[in-house]
Design a protein around this ligand. Sequence first.
Ligand SMILES: Nc1ncnc2c1ncn2[C@@H]1O[C@H](COP(=O)(O)OP(=O)(O)O)[C@@H](O)[C@H]1O
Ligand SMILES: [Mg+2]
Length: 779
Amino acid sequence: MTPSKGTRRPGNLPAELTSFVGRRREIADVKRLLTRSRLVTLTGSGGGGKTRLALRVAAGAQRTFPDGAWFVDLAALTDEGLLAQTIASTLGLNDRTSRWPTPQLTEYLGDKRLLLILDSCEHLCDSCAVFAQTVLQSAPGVHILGTSRQALGLTGEHLFNVPSLAVPASDRTLAPETVGQYEAVNLFLERAGAVQPRLELTHANCQAIVRVCQRLEGIPLAIEMAVTHLRALSVEQVLERLEDRFRFLTVGDPAAQPRHQTLRALIDWSSDLCTEQERLMWSRLSVFRGGFDLRAAESVCFDENVSGCTVADLLLSLVDKSVVITEEQDGQLRYRLLEMSRQHGLEGLGEAETEDVRLRHKDHFAHLVEQAWTECLGPHQEQWLTLLLREHHNIRAALEFSLTHPDHHEAGLRMTGSLWFFWIATGRTSEGRRWLERGLRLSTAQSRSRARALWVCGYLCIIQEDLDAAQPLIAEYERHVGHLVRAHPASNLQLRGMAAMSEGRLAQARTLLNQALDQYRSREDPTGILDSCFYLVAVTALLEDPRWARDLCEHALELCDSYGERWLKSYLTWDLGLVAWQQGDSARAAACGRDALRLARAFDEQWVIAFGIEILAWTANSDREHLRAARLFGAADSIWRRIGAPMLGMRHLISCHEQCKQQVRQLIGDETFDGEFHTGAQMTVHQAVAYALGEELHERRKRTHTSDLGLTTRETEVAGLVARGMSNKAIAAELVIAQRTAEAHVEHILTKLGFSSRAQIAAWAAEHHRPRIAAARQG
Ligand SMILES: Nc1ncnc2c1ncn2[C@@H]1O[C@H](COP(=O)(O)OP(=O)(O)O)[C@@H](O)[C@H]1O
Ligand SMILES: [Mg+2]
């Protein structure tokens, strides 16, 4: 669900949806600048091709950045306070600490070698500059490529003004064979092909096409917009109308005209071609941020002037006129306005009307959030999470509206609380707290919304281990408003139990959580039961009562299944692994760790992923797969760093973590440990999970079935001796090497082949590689 998911190479460069034209020189120039300066800003007016150029430069420079190229789209972000959080989320950081996002982010970036593309900085110039300055000082391997209408204004910033696409000079008459070398003409023809497949460059239309490109000053977006008119008009007719519009607009030399006026003229042209209803629709759609779907358009744009059934028709005609763009996200059709069209649309909304439309926008998303809250336990929770992520910008806009209008403060507060599941599962605890705390300051009346927000905010503070902030929230909840919500007093007991656990008062935590669980059970509150069970099982396992914990956990898992619940199930499955570990059952602990990873992967729930990999590192160690353990520790470590700190939220396990890591290090030596750890730490989250689950090995084994083993000659030889039933000691004697070296070879073979026993090596060697082993022995 997040950009980091599924990527093999680190990074998240979006696929380009349309063909790319020219820019060879510019790409080379910007690349060169990036080698000289760690902050390069591509400047120029809107529609000039900054974003496309940045993406091309980044794609070409990826190899120089082992930690990848990361594209952060800032266009729809309005709140400067969320800049660091947005960058962190894009990088796949899943912060669970109470630190401000900027220090966490800069610490994370400290040893990284990556390229950060900050796209569309113009409306957040000051905060982007502050952020860039901090990163430049604290993260020497990070380069920033910004795109912005104006410079960020930092010393050391290199500016590159993105020129227009090349157009033929106006005093030359050119033949069709020669105009193809001009980028603007190429772009015109590329885009024209999509609306007028039969259009070809001929002697007859050549001059008109060149003239259109000149008129549009080679501005890529202007060319694309003008081309859409070819659906109804010939090139000559498009040119005529452009000439008309520009004559109207400018006095004197059209080349002296600011570029955005050219684009405005084109937008005005589109607007003139719209009916009054379409223009109204256009304006109303402008309140959306980050796109919208048909249902949202219907509920936001509908009123006595635009009826529900015509909303869809109007939307389609705006798509036809290329005012609205369609795109697919997670298999869903979505709509979006280009930023410039959005601005134009907003200008067309009167003040009173703007308030009405924004209110409907808020209502729509508040309703959606409420629905997500009631359904977050069921079989559709993954879809809900994906949907909330997709609508994140709209949800932020709805929260902003609510919290800036006193009449809607309480509604805003209610939304912040209903997003409990979203804030946690997507690692946006800091953003959650920010909205919750703001809402709690504004809406102080004793209400159910306040009660829930206090509870959720207290909860987030506890999982962030910020107990000082949690205490007053819990106290107010307990004394004043808790009784207003149905889950009281179970919910209160749960928070106090979680706080006790976080402070290391385990026995007290167990009592409180047990009481909470009883209460939740008597109220038949499944979310409460499952959530409190997660903490109770962990505490009980830590208190060395694993059998009780196991029974409790198994019941909870059955309850998950009966609801089709999978998110809390990932937590509880991990719990079961912890219980098995405490009981000394390493195989079961590993199996649960793997199951938890599979569940958590579907949600990209990094906290569970980190714990899942961690427990597999412990079990690998006890299964004597020390190299694998070291690599898993490295993989877990890089996720812990994204989350904030190792074992965050379960600090009682830190000694287990440290001891186990130390043991592995001693067994395999510093150098080998560091090498494996480093390899693990270099993995993306996706790769780490695949490695922990043995999926890559499975793949490799399938591949090596008939081809290369992936083993060195020495390892092949050792495999042959294992197949003959020899012990490590005997192998060492046979090959005249130290016994420790023989052990290391065996471990390498196990790791490379994904096996856990010598018997597997023997069977495999006998089946597939007898000839090679024999050859190795002879050679
Ligand atoms: N070199 C190019 N080749 C093809 N299309 C381009 C090129 N440069 C820009 N475009 C198109 O022009 C439009 C505006 O470009 P964009 O990079 O978004 O501009 P900016 O970021 O400066 O606002 C986009 O639709 C983009 O795909
Ligand atoms: Mg852009």
